[in-house]
Write a protein that binds this ligand. Sequence first.
Ligand code: RNT
Ligand code: ZN
Length: 412
Amino acid sequence: MSKMYEYAKEKYAAIGVDTEKVIEKISDIAISIHCWQGDDVAGFEAGECALTGGIQATGNYPGKATTPQQLRDDMEKALSLVPGQHRVNLHAIYAETNGESVERNNIQPKHFENWIEWAKKNNLGMDFNPTLFSHPLSVNGTLTNPDKGIRDFWIEHCIASREIADYMGSALNNTAVTNVWIPDGSKDIPVDRYLPRRHLADSLDKVFAKETPYNLDSVESKVFGIGAESCTYGSHEFYMGYAIKNNKLITLDTGHFHPTEVVSDKITAVVDFVPGILLHISRPVRWDSDHVVILDDELMKITSEITRNDLYDKVHIGLDFFDASINRIAAWVIGIRNTRKAFLMSLLEPVQTLKELEYSGDYSSRLAYLEEFKSMPWEVVWDEYCERNNVPIGLEWLKEVKEYENTVLANR
Ligand code: RNT
Ligand code: ZN
């Protein structure tokens, strides 16, 4: 134990916070790592299909993963540089079909066996997503499509995806979360906004008809996307209503709301009305740009909301960003470390004291305390936590990423 840590421990003890308990607690928080940061949301389907659906990974940094093995190697590298429990979050397009072309409505658990084995070996939980974009049949809508044949195709795809997730959950004895996000919307002002939404509700009812004991379903809204500027059918109101009525989880993506709206204020507003919340922690820059998560005020507000109200049982923590302009492994490591740092900082707050000041109406003290805590030595506790978990302290991880870039990525 370093002298610095001894000092930090005392400083926190003076305000009633036990750093040892905090270090214990932080290790239990699982963060679900999105595989798609590693290959710009490309996936491994036979025959290239460009990324569509209004999401974009901009940049062309060399060395992206182009095979499942490379992607797993890269994730393993990233995970070796971050402390704590993790899950791996896959999209359906990451199926391994051995060169065979398998339509999305025919994907099966066997196409994910390698991923499951890998997750077992690395002690990771798994989460899943049907992929309703980057496909010729997604151009004019998926679960909202006026054509019943196309809707049915996507319903079948979502059903297959839930079965895969359920299989993963049971294989790992660790319940998976399947997140449904669709890109459906209208570039120009639609005349009928109702029919597509009735189709969507009906499609979802069919998707969710069967029980999946090892899988939880979540639905993700969005305010707009490129090409769906005038109307997005799966809006927040739509899914909030659907989730509450049908007992589904709601996904809150930090990039999916109007710029002055914040997810940190939505958590306690909705949590008691749904069986759970799935977070897609991202960083929107002017739009849903999916920049790498940084340690900003909103991230800290989100983690504080969860900690101050002890919502760890109901909030599933996932990341969703894809930056192709920097080393993709560095992007993961930065985003994951920042997220966990923010959780650590939230756990280091003397929550009870702060709440008492607030309840008694002493807002001057509340502000004074909150501001004082910003300069408490949390970073020393973070270093101690990293050291105990045998992961690099400070910027040491960057050297390893650079070396991996020179020895592995450079040869791709
Ligand atoms: C898109 C949604 C969705 C995707 C991923 C790839 O706006 O955020 O979650 O980013 O599923
Ligand atoms: Zn998302």
